[in-house]
Design a protein around this ligand. Structure first.
Ligand SMILES: NC(=O)c1ccc[n+]([C@@H]2O[C@H](COP(=O)([O-])OP(=O)(O)OC[C@H]3O[C@@H](n4cnc5c(N)ncnc54)[C@H](OP(=O)(O)O)[C@@H]3O)[C@@H](O)[C@H]2O)c1
Length: 335
């Protein structure tokens, strides 16, 4: 399927339900398309209906082409099973609406892929008064994960949560203010982006504690450097796309097609059944651990407790109870 990228191709049970956030472009687009071609029903959780429906049309056209090329192991249906569902992660109200809509329509969820992300070079506060990058990349996804864990737990064997993280988390110096209040001063776009990716790692370790006795696994992936809209949209005028990383990454920038491989690997590879807290890169276990800060239980506990506090209004008692895992939250980390 799809020529060069080494993407695992497995046949998924036809009742598999998958959510991919930010599926209308980049890594999320390719991930959703490949997983749908393996037989799953994929919900594209996107903020812009027009862009999402356009993505659905393009995915289906590419699927027709794959069938014409006689690609192996893809479904032979007339069309892919794809559905747009509105999700603006920059709004907690919209995020809650997405959760409710999904729960009303679906009684099962096998795969939750937290992919959507932004990198904002300027300070933008959301309607909920959090840094945009923090809310989209981390907080909004936290709310979705918290509310959908019960459905994942009831959806049978081998359900997974995949966080599309980044090697950038290794560069993050834990930002206590951002963790505690969702705000950061002075504004440093690199630091905020890197911290949100660090928070995803920490979230993975905490969520894993909830999932211990379940058939749900959680992991993080580092897709590598991928030529998408993520940085291009926000670069200062005159700076070429991906310019931010060019010096570091010359010659190893991936297309979205090859860039989705690790996400798809983590999401569907049967060899990973029963393996939780994985950190994957180049479609295998990453050669190095997530950063020391990411593995620090004290930081994890502080972030976990702070996030629950910030989302208090949106977390009912039954979900709050579920989130009550033992994490070291007593000592506020030093700045
Ligand atoms: N590209 C890389 O080199 C790289 C490296 C490491 C990690 N990653 C991670 O990979 C993930 C995917 O990024 P990408 O590179 O594929 O970039 P991308 O093409 O810009 O895709 C980002 C997706 O997130 C969506 N999104 C942004 N704000 C949103 C919001 N408020 N609510 C809902 N969705 C929103 C975008 O929707 P719109 O089209 O509406 O904006 C888009 O669908 C991100 O988490 C990123 O941090 C990327």
């Amino acid at each position: 399927m799809g020529a060069k990228a080494s993407i695992p191709v497995v046949q998924l049970p036809r009742d598999t339900v998958v959510i991919v956030t930010g599926a209308n472009s980049g890594i999320g687009y390719e991930t959703a398309k490949f997983i749908a071609m393996m037989g799953a029903k994929v919900v594209l959780a996107c903020r812009d209906e027009y862009k999402a429906n356009d993505a659905i049309r393009r995915m289906d056209a590419e699927f027709q082409e794959e069938k014409r090329l006689n690609s192996t192991n893809i479904i032979r249906d007339d069309h892919l099973t794809l559905e747009f569902m509105k999700l603006d992660l920059a709004s907690l109200e919209s995020t809650m609406k997405f959760i409710e809509t999904f729960k009303e329509k679906y009684k099962r969820l096998n795969l939750l892929i937290c992919n959507a992300g932004v990198y904002s070079t300027t300070k933008v506060m959301t309607e909920d008064n959090f840094e945009l990058t923090y809310q989209v990349n981390y907080l909004g996804h936290f709310l979705i994960v918290a509310h959908l864990i019960p459905i994942l737990m009831k959806s049978g064997k081998d359900c997974r949560i995949v966080f599309v993280c980044s090697e950038a988390h290794q560069k993050a110096k834990f930002d206590v203010n951002l963790a505690e209040h969702g705000k950061s001063n002075p504004y440093d776009c690199d630091s905020i982006y890197n911290n949100t990716k660090l928070f995803q790692i920490m979230q993975m370790y905490c969520v894993d504690k909830i999932l211990l006795k379940s058939d749900v696994e959680v992991c993080c992936v580092n897709p590598g450097v991928v030529n998408t809209d993520l940085f291009r949209n926000n670069l200062p005028e005159g700076q070429p796309g991906c310019g931010h990383f060019c010096m570091d990454c010359f010659g190893c920038i991936k297309t979205p097609h090859t860039g989705c491989a690790t996400t798809v690997y983590a999401a569907v590879n049967p060899e990973l059944i029963g393996i939780s807290r994985g950190y994957y890169k180049h479609s295998r276990a990453a050669p190095s651990w997530p950063s020391k800060a990411g593995r620090d239980p004290e930081y994890q506990g502080f972030l976990w407790t702070s996030t629950r506090e910030l989302l208090k209004k949106y977390i009912p008692p039954d979900i709050d109870k579920l989130l009550d895992v033992t994490v070291d939250a007593n000592n506020k980390p030093k700045k």
